[in-house]
Design a protein around this ligand. Structure first.
Ligand code: 8YV
Length: 329
């Protein structure tokens, strides 16, 4: 029987599914250190990960490893050049999380714009003793301009919701989306700089790569309106968190909503000192239905990638399909 490592705690029934095909080594505890990950992968044919860093060193320590299934759509934790060099297949879990993640982007954006977390903290601290006309004034979403940076599947799901709020949609992406999608979403393509100048609410939904590192830094924040909000549901590192904390402290933008952080689960300490930011622990895809769908899709990918189950050899979401069928090097 082939051996796999499930590197993270996941739904026990998904582990049971995997056990029908593989000998399963399940890490149901704390996140494995790099050394422990290498040690546990040394005799494995496959792995199921969720954000664990898999680089050339890990692949070298795991000479039998042929498939790594990430329970995430983003796979910046995989060094794909190393995967390709070693003929290791990487897979991800796109689509099943689009709507939940788009819903959450709206929740964060609305919480930031309408100061929901900030006012709740104030209330809980016992400060509320009278209604006041200017208490926690925020900015409107209805009728305003939404700026989406990263118009992929989640960006499009987010933009679609803007129609109910009578918002103009402007977007920036590596390349323009098809004219039909632009007209369906009523979305106008802009340069990043023009988008930042025009949008009332900016949401980041782009993948993290070397190129997208610090897409939003001090220079970009300076272009935004002082009444604008910034929401990051993409990846830590896309925003320069130190620069953002400063901009929030100096009220150069009104508020932010952040679900992801550079170096998470650690946060830049300055973010914890500014009130006008809503902070959540990377939960944009976290609904019962969606996380189950992601876990099962990751399992489907691993099972098929390792040549088992009804789709043997044809995993649904290969990131680097060219390596399928090639001998591990
Ligand atoms: C994951 C995510 O839950 O899919 C992604 O890219 O950011 C989340 O949905 C998280 O990355 C853990 O793998």
């Amino acid at each position: 029987m082939q051996k796999i490592l499930v590197a993270r705690s996941i739904f026990p029934d998904v582990i049971e599914r995997l056990k029908q095909h593989f000998e399963v080594d399940w890490n149901d505890g704390d996140v494995l250190s790099a050394d422990e990950l290498k040690r546990r992968l040394a005799d494995k044919d496959g792995a199921l990960t969720a954000g664990d860093m898999i680089g050339a060193d890990v692949l070298a320590a795991a000479p039998r490893l042929r498939v790594v299934a990430n329970m995430a759509v983003g796979y910046n934790n995989f060094d794909m050049a190393a995967f390709n060099a070693a003929n290791v297949l990487g897979t991800n879990t796109p689509d099943v999380l689009n709507e939940s993640t788009a819903d959450f982007g709206w929740a964060l954006m609305m919480a930031a714009a309408r100061r929901i977390a900030e006012s709740e903290h104030w209330l809980r601290a016992g400060h509320w003793n009278k209604w006041s006309y200017d208490g926690f004034l925020g900015s409107d979403l209805y009728g305003s301009t939404l700026g989406v940076i990263g118009m992929g599947r989640i960006g499009q799901a987010l933009a679609r919701r803007a129609q109910g709020f009578n918002m103009r949609v402007v977007y920036h992406n590596r390349s323009r989306v098809a004219p039909q999608i632009e007209s369906e979403l009523n979305a106008e393509y802009l340069s990043k700089e023009d988008l930042l100048r025009r949008a009332d609410h900016v949401v980041l939904v782009l993948p993290y790569t070397k190129e997208s590192h610090h897409t939003i830094g001090a220079a970009e924040l300076a272009l935004m309106k002082p009444t604008a909000t910034l929401t990051n549901i993409a990846r830590g590192g896309i925003v320069d968190d130190a620069a953002l904390a400063e901009a929030l402290r100096d009220k150069r933008i009104a508020a932010a909503g952040l679900d992801v952080f550079e170096g998470e689960p650690k946060l830049h300490p300055a973010l914890l000192t500014v009130p006008n930011v809503v902070l959540t622990p990377h939960i944009a895809s976290a609904t019962e239905t969606t996380r189950r769908a992601m876990a099962n899709l990751a399992a489907d990918n691993l099972i098929a990638g390792l040549g088992a189950g009804p789709r043997a050899g044809q995993p649904p979401n290969p990131i680097n399909p060219d390596v399928i069928g090639k001998a591990r090097t």
